[in-house]
Design a protein around this ligand. Structure first.
Ligand SMILES: Cc1cc2nc3c(=O)[nH]c(=O)nc-3n(C[C@H](O)[C@H](O)[C@H](O)COP(=O)(O)OP(=O)(O)OC[C@H]3O[C@@H](n4cnc5c(N)ncnc54)[C@H](O)[C@@H]3O)c2cc1C
Length: 458
């Protein structure tokens, strides 16, 4: 039996999964309100707009969102084509947010700063469940408050990158302004917007997931145009081959191609590989940046002009301090989800179906969804998020049967199978494929000797 009262559901974050949640909530007769921190929806996706996605359109569009778009005469993109992040926004998310009935339910430039329950601090139990949620947010005009019956937190992880330090703590010196000026996190657009910063420079990329690999491939293309560009790949693990991925076995073909293209570049010596490089210190060395591994005095180091850190992403939990949360101690995701997505155990394609039940929190009516629901696990696919919000919205309306009936078929992959640097230190499977390079950067070149790490103690 489905309850009939209109419920307001606050959806935190207007990324692909947040917007899909709003579409599902509307279909179920609820009133969604999307709060998006950025000036436009999909603010995070816009940051990696230059990256070509590894999943084609058929995996990137939510069904309820599609139904809303169909009603306004949407030209659906070719299902087998691979959009860039920018195309995902232009051809899908932007239309969803501005042309459909969702447009009056999205508040942009609205950063959520705290969530609680009206009249109930975290400790108070009796009657808690019946109290509405209170969501505070900032929209430039001052603090605003929204009251809601349920909350879906789909604020993503893009704006909380992991630091360079090998142990998960920032490297010594990482926070200093002189250092920060030469460190970028995530995936800078080295061939476009950020070209001037990297062309002809020595650049180290730290990480072994798809973000790192995509950036390294783009840097190799940049080197074709600006031959003075020097590229270092710093990886914590000892087996670079793991980053070459599933190749032809990856059912997401673009992702397999990325790994294969990368293997060619490494074999050709276009990218200098520093394996077992566990960053501990960052400091300025004249005009250059000294990236050290081991002790400050006697460890290995490389000196470069720029460092790109792609060591993974984390969920931001500070604004949920008054919400009763249960999180897996390692992954920072809902505990029931952890065994399904643990990158120590699973490949992307072996994540079992899951929905409201696995995503539930001790706080009734509060759910994580989208990439944030995976905490630090690098195995998220958009399709998974769409299924999550279908199930969650069914559960919120009391349609427990539909919520339970989770049907999720994911493409298998050999890319992040099992433990290793790809699974543990990189942005991993959730992250992208740059367009597999077609130019000269993939052509075998005369092998180069990998640069010997320098060490002050010989
Ligand atoms: C480079 C890259 C490529 C990827 N390629 C693929 C792919 O090919 N296929 C695939 O299936 N998956 C891919 N992913 C993984 C994943 O599907 C995407 O990260 C996707 O954008 C996740 O959607 P989301 O809605 O959960 O989060 P996000 O897209 O990160 O959206 C979260 C939103 O919340 C907003 N926000 C953050 N904090 C607040 C706050 N306090 N208050 C209000 N709003 C806030 C952000 O501005 C953002 O717009 C990729 C990820 C990356 C990083």
């Amino acid at each position: 039996m489905t309850e009939t009262t209109t419920k307001t559901v606050a959806i935190l974050g207007g990324g692909p999964v947040g917007l899909a949640a709003a579409a599902h909530a509307l279909e179920r007769g609820m009133e969604p309100v999307v709060l998006e921190a950025g000036p436009d929806v999909a603010h995070a996706v816009r940051q990696w707009g230059h990256v070509r996605m590894f999943s084609p359109w058929e995996y990137n569009v939510d069904r309820a969102a599609e139904r809303l778009l169909d009603a306004v005469g949407w030209n659906k993109p070719q299902p087998d084509q691979y959009p860039t992040g920018a195309e995902l926004v232009e051809q899908y998310l932007e239309s969803l947010a501005t042309r459909t009935v969702l447009k009056d339910r999205i508040r942009t430039s609205s950063r959520v700063t705290s969530v609680g329950r009206v009249g109930f601090d975290k400790v108070k139990t009796k009657g808690r469940q019946a109290a509405p949620f209170e969501i505070r947010y900032q929209n430039g005009k001052g603090p605003e408050t929204l009251s809601a019956d349920a909350v879906i937190d789909s604020t993503g992880t893009w704006f909380a990158p992991s630091p360079a330090g090998a142990g998960g703590l920032p490297a010594i010196g990482e926070g200093e302004a002189r250092v920060q000026a030469h460190v970028a996190y995530g995936m800078p657009d080295v061939l476009g917007r950020d070209r001037a910063r990297y062309a002809g420079k020595s650049v180290a990329v730290l990480g072994a997931g798809h973000s790192a690999i995509g950036t390294l491939i783009d840097l190799a293309r940049l080197k074709d145009q600006a031959p003075a560009t020097e590229i270092y790949w710093l990886l914590r693990g000892d087996t670079p081959e793991k980053a070459f991925g599933g190749g032809a076995n990856d059912k997401l073909a673009a992702r397999g191609a990325l790994g294969a293209a990368f293997a060619v570049l490494v074999a050709a010596g276009k990218i200098r590989v520093e394996k077992g490089f566990r960053v501990s210190h960052l400091s300025r060395d004249g005009e250059r940046l000294r990236v050290g591994a081991g002790s400050a005095c006697c460890g290995r180091y490389v000196t470069v002009e720029e460092l790109v850190v792609a060591t993974g992403l984390r969920p931001q939990l500070d604004f949920l301090r008054e919400i009763r949360l249960a999180l897996d101690p390692a992954l920072e995701c809902p505990p029931a989800l952890a065994p399904l997505i643990d990158p120590n155990e699973h490949s992307c394609g072996t994540v079992r179906p899951h929905g409201a039940r696995e995503l539930a929190q001790p706080e009734p009516g509060f759910y994580f969804a989208g990439i944030k629901s995976y905490g630090r696990a690098p195995t998220f696919l958009m399709l998974t998020g769409y299924e999550q919000v279908r199930s969650i919205t069914a559960e919120i309306t009391g349609d427990h049967e539909a919520a339970r009936k989770v049907e999720l078929v994911l493409p298998e992959t050999g890319v992040c199978s099992g433990p290793g640097p790809l699974a543990t230190s990189g942005s991993g499977c959730e992250v992208p494929a740059a367009t597999a390079p077609t130019g000269g950067c993939c052509a075998p070149a005369a092998p180069q000797k990998a640069a010997k790490p320098q060490a002050c103690c010989g």
